[in-house]
Design a protein around this ligand. Sequence first.
Ligand code: F6P
Length: 548
Amino acid sequence: MDDVTDAWNAVLDAGRLPRADGSDPRGIRTLFAADPARFERFSFRADNLLLDLSKTAIDDRAMAALLELARVTGVAARRDAMAAGEHVNVTEHRRALHMALRAPAGATRGSGGAAVAAEIHSTLSRMHAFTQAVHGGALRGATGQRFTHILNIGIGGSDLGPVMAGRALVNPASPMAALHLGNVDGHGWRALLSTLDPARTLVLVASKTFTTQETMANAHLVKGWLAETLGEGHAASHMAALSTNIAACAEFGIPSERVFPFGDYVGGRFSMWSAIGLSLALALGWDAFERMLEGARAMDLHFLKAPLGANLPVLLALVEVWHVNAMGLNRRAVLPYDERLRRLPAHLQQLEMESLGKRVTLGGAPVTHATGPVVFGEPGSSAQHSFMQLVHQSPEPVPVDFILVARPDHPWVENHRILLAHGLAQAEGLLAGRDEAAVRAEMTGADPARIERLLPHRIFPGDRPSTTILLPRLGPFTFGQLIALYEHKVAVLGTLWDINPFDQWGVELGKALADPLLAELTRGEAAASQHDASTEGLLREILRLRGD
Ligand code: F6P
């Protein structure tokens, strides 16, 4: 057996074999009882950000096995290869240089080399100058009015990151509001239309490829609206493009001085630090955008330098392996206890599931282990009143990421205390559970028949794992740290699972199949036997209901 197989077996054994004292490897409460210093030993820091892993079942044996797995699978070497600009995205033969987007001028580590750094800093300077010109009023709309609204048209990574960051870091003093058009569903456009004045709207077409059908359909729709309302010939002066495909931007009619490029070494889901973040610079202000890059850079440096056993992205990835592979738990919930992070779960859904939902290894062989789990979430405490029932009492545990922010940016301290109390209580409850004796004590004095009837319903099994990330405060810097932490976790999992976290072939099939269906919907006629009977039946029914 090779080293990697040995290491995997050690991890799986750590998850299933009783410990020397006979205790269950899933028994988190036992671990706390045996080790009063467990929180100190299993919580880790990068700058001012704290990651608490103590409420998982990882003990010394498991941690040693997991770290050995990280060592023998080459996590450090692959991280360094990514930072050095090697073609780690093997199926697309591309680099994965999102770290270079936040490397300061002159940085050596993670900068992608002189040529990449020059390209990135040239775009950053142009974004800065553009932001200043828009804010200062040097750049105005066709009627001479200042721009007050940004409309970002983009989908997937060209939408989710900017939407999430814009909401997380919203600047009430900003001279500009950012709106987002992602879905091709015209209802989305109709809802936005009533809030937009074309004379004061700056439209950003955000598309890495500039070929994504949904985005291009929306871009043409909005361009038509600008032309219709401002006059033919004025649309282009209200538009800019954020893309790697300069030729397609020109063909669409956006002049080169309005095109903000980035390299194909930036994956869509890792792109909010690039030109794709222009809506953020405009809506949050340049200083906040830069500070966000600095926060991400701080996490990059931690990732690049910290030893594996104290490296937050590595540890977070190892916990995922522990839950998915050693414990067989294929779902994870993300609960940010901060309303401003309400789109974080949506961003992580793409970042993690598009990256890690893979069925073959880097070499193309079917994987022999589970890969990325289903990720879902909602802000706490709202989540408590929707899906947390299942997390507490369904037969299958669901590991949870709790994200807590110690200090709010509003004056209503009592609300914030309540919020934090609920966040801490959820994690505590998942761990502690509530056993039969506690339920009986709680129901003392009730009708004995009622107690017996309700007893099983009111028991919580406990020993349910969670991790907690604690931020001192949510601002551009800590937000940058947080998102980079998850990005690097994803890269590490790619190595641990021997899959490519940087491609996304799984989204191509649907795109290809939509083309003939669109043609049939346009013709108003279903082509016989092109589809399975269900698709054909539904298509015919839609045509009938539409009156085709
Ligand atoms: O959904 C697939 C995908 O390629 C994502 O990876 C990407 O973020 C999104 O489409 C948008 O792509 P583009 O920025 O090229 O329009």
